[in-house]
Ligand binder design. Structure first.
Ligand SMILES: Cc1cc2nc3c(=O)[nH]c(=O)nc-3n(C[C@H](O)[C@H](O)[C@H](O)COP(=O)(O)OP(=O)(O)OC[C@H]3O[C@@H](n4cnc5c(N)ncnc54)[C@H](O)[C@@H]3O)c2cc1C
Ligand code: SF4
Length: 329
């Protein structure tokens, strides 16, 4: 047991002040990831700032027609919120594909974005890991890499981001509202998470001591034509091997806009806009969907134990698109 001190912050300003003054401070929300990481001696903050008392627990309409999810709304309350279910069912489905009911009751939306990889070596302090201890090496590259990335990896880290919720948020082009010692800013979702390159210890582009305050959903929710498919080792309570979030806008049988985002395959939700553009003004047919899937997986690079993910991704993209388009041919 390593000692740590604890502050319960009642508002944003106090939380930012306390974390800025603390040495090795960390916010704690639902604690469903951070406490495990502390118990496994992977992360050892000297000071915890509990933000669950901060007033960020509302879901409210935005003037532009979108919806704001407070960072401290639970994953369960988000997934079952009437407006989310009606206007952003892709997000509801993705959240409900993750974790378990108990975990979703406790886990918060802000915490979900910042959960850390499930790479087995990251969780094992006896093995080298550049993400846990920069400069020590990556045990997964030549190790058991079944869960690992097939897109966007580097020679320093091939971990994947484990979230389901984030795959849907990337497809919806959400925006992340943050606040910190230098004020507020907005981070487009595609810029929120990072690829590992040569700094795998950094998962996101949050600055030091910044706090997520909300996630904004734009007005367009793809509620007519959407699907989230998650392939995993067990039917529940298991992270994605490959997941796919699709939102389509279809008019008179032609696709006007397509969003296709993959989870479980990269250090961040994986989106290929050039491949999406191949579907613009095309008919929603299996052949067209296969062409897009081929374009996406043509950039995949697999390792010894995760080669199955390439074909799994290809087939999952086609199936998700067909389901979203409500077509069988
Ligand atoms: C057994 C198990 C199975 C799971 N399965 C899945 C799954 O299938 N799919 C899935 O998507 N997830 C899954 N999860 C992960 C779960 O969704 C996350 O643990 C959860 O969303 C994290 O939210 P939290 O509020 O508990 O975060 P915490 O554990 O409190 O915090 C996580 C990190 O976020 C930081 N943080 C939290 N809130 C903020 C904020 N507002 N601003 C800045 N920093 C913040 C903390 O400092 C910490 O670094 C699983 C978890 C477990 C334990
Ligand atoms: S893949 Fe990343 S997290 Fe896993 S061992 Fe390598 S450096 Fe560590």
């Amino acid at each position: 047991m390593r000692p740590f001190s604890f502050t319960k912050a009642g508002d944003k300003a106090t939380a930012i002040k306390v974390i800025s003054e603390a040495e090795e401070g960390k916010f704690i929300a639902g604690g469903t990831n951070l406490l495990d990481l502390m118990k496994f001696h992977i992360m050892h903050p000297a000071h915890l700032i509990d933000i669950t008392g901060v007033a960020l627990k509302n879901i409210e309409a935005l003037e532009d027609g979108g919806l704001r999810l407070g960072a401290l709304v639970s994953n369960a309350d988000t997934a079952y919120h009437a407006e989310v279910e009606k206007r952003y069912p892709l997000l509801s489905h993705a959240i409900l594909a993750g974790a378990s009911p108990q975990l979703r009751n406790k886990a918060t939306d802000g915490g979900n974005l910042l959960q850390r990889t499930r790479c087995y070596y990251f969780y094992d302090p006896a093995t080298p890991c550049n993400k846990r201890e920069p400069g020590t090496g990556c045990s997964a590259i030549n190790g058991y890499n079944r869960w690992h990335a097939i897109f966007g990896a580097s020679e320093e880290c091939i971990a994947t981001h484990p979230s389901d919720m984030c795959v849907a948020l990337a497809a919806l082009e959400a925006k992340v509202q943050v606040t910190g010692p230098d004020g507020d800013r907005i981070i487009p979702f595609e810029d929120f998470h990072r690829l590992p390159v040569n700094t795998p210890e950094k998962d996101s582009n949050l600055y030091e001591n910044e706090m997520i305050t909300a996630i904004d959903l734009p007005p367009k929710g793809f509620s007519e034509n959407f699907t989230y498919i998650k392939n995993r080792d067990r039917a529940s309570y298991s992270f994605a091997l490959v997941s796919v979030a699709v939102g389509l806008e279809i008019k008179e049988g032609e696709i006007k806009e397509a969003r296709i985002v993959l989870g479980g395959v990269a250090h961040k939700p994986w989106r290929n806009k050039e491949a999406e553009a191949l579907l613009e003004n095309m008919k929603a047919t299996k052949k067209n969907f296969e062409n897009v899937a081929d374009a996406i997986v043509s950039e995949a690079k697999a390792y010894e134990y995760n080669q199955f993910k390439v074909e799994l991704a290809r087939r999952s993209i086609v199936r998700t698109l067909m389901q979203a388009a409500k077509t069988e041919e």
